[in-house]
Design a protein around this ligand. Structure first.
Ligand code: XMP
Length: 321
């Protein structure tokens, strides 16, 4: 790998921030740039850095792909509004669900999301503006996993030989590419982002689609969204690295009110990890597991089975897709 990791212990925060602001200013010149904010630590940090560098020459979009957690677009846009950074929501739900229709293979799903995001959505946004640059929060772990062929992270382009200017009509700037999560959190903190952002558990670019096994439809995303809300409410206080709900494709026999119910299965994962490269399941108390099972089977329609994943990464990965 050509990119060299910049470790947290070697990072001089103020110097890094100054350097990146200078770099962004020099590349964009007198032109303008756009960026996508998802509300995760990485894209929030890039938004803040780029805004400092470019101010009103930066246009920030929140792409509502229909795969986000409950009320996420409004919450993130509101939070950045308070920081003085205007964000426009782009409703791209139909584009994403159309692209995902009938696809069950994990890498094919990731590819459909990548193409929709960079070509259909950003290609159009760039054409409609005079921006030539897209700023995004690709990090060192994303590159490493994609290059190793484990998972194609949605935001990896140049490292896979994709010329973004030729393929999509704009160039991509990645100020955080040398950093892993703990270092990005430190930069986010130093930039003055609130704790609810710099301490946020990671959330994947393909969003809830990374947690739906089988076809990604609006109905199936809604199920995993409801389960996600419960898992986040119940596990937030654990301080774990990441916790999530996965909707399985296979159904199993259950029973409700004395009758057979051929229902759905939700798998819960809760991870201890430093940097997402390796991980181990959190030893959750049994009462917490029981509460999760009770709430998910009562509050998410059609779910009759809840399991807890006890596998380490590797051989598991953090997300299911
Ligand atoms: P895996 O599932 O590969 O995930 O063990 C490692 C970490 O990366 C997140 N993740 C992604 N992040 N784009 C991202 O920006 C992606 O396509 C993507 N896929 C997984 C995952 O949530 C975990 O923190």
């Amino acid at each position: 790998m050509k990119i060299k990791e910049l470790k947290l212990e070697d990072l001089h925060l103020e110097e890094f921030i100054e350097d990146k602001i200078e770099e962004i200013t020099a590349i964009v010149g007198s032109g303008s740039a756009i960026n996508a904010l998802s509300g995760g630590v990485d894209s929030s940090t890039v938004t803040m850095l780029s805004h400092r560098a470019l101010e009103d020459r930066l246009k920030t979009y929140f792409i509502d792909n229909g795969l986000m957690r409950q009320a996420e677009p409004e919450r993130i846009v509101g939070l950045f509004g308070e920081l003085g950074i205007p964000v426009e929501i782009v409703d791209a739900q139909k584009l994403f669900f159309d692209a995902l229709k009938g696809i069950t293979d994990p890498e094919a799903k990731r590819e459909a999301i990548t193409q929709t995001f960079y070509k259909a959505v950003f290609g159009r946004l760039v054409k409609a503006s005079d921006a030539k640059y897209l700023l995004q929060g690709t990090n060192y772990t994303d590159v490493e996993e994609t290059v190793a062929g484990i998972k194609r992270q949605h935001n990896i382009l140049a490292q896979l030989g994709i010329d973004t200017e030729e393929a999509y009509g704009y160039m991509v700037i990645e100020p955080l590419i040398q950093l892993r999560k703990p270092a990005i959190r430190a930069v986010a903190h130093a930039l003055g982002l609130p704790e609810e952002i710099y301490k946020r558990p990671p959330f994947p670019g393909p969003a809830l689609a990374a947690r739906v096994i089988g076809e990604v439809t609006p109905e199936r995303v809604e199920l995993v969204r409801k389960a996600t809300r419960i898992v986040e409410e119940e596990l937030q206080r654990t301080g774990a690295f990441q916790y999530l709900a996965i909707l399985h494709e296979d159904r199993v026999i259950g029973m409700r009110e004395g009758k057979r119910d051929y229902g759905m299965q939700i798998e819960v994962r809760c991870w201890e990890s430093e940097d997402a490269i390796t991980g181990a399941p959190t030893r959750l108390p049994y009462e917490v597991l029981e509460r999760l099972a009770d709430r998910i089977t009562t509050e998410v329609p059609g779910v009759v089975s809840v399991t807890y994943n006890i596998t380490k990464k590797p051989p598991s990965t953090i997300e299911a897709v």
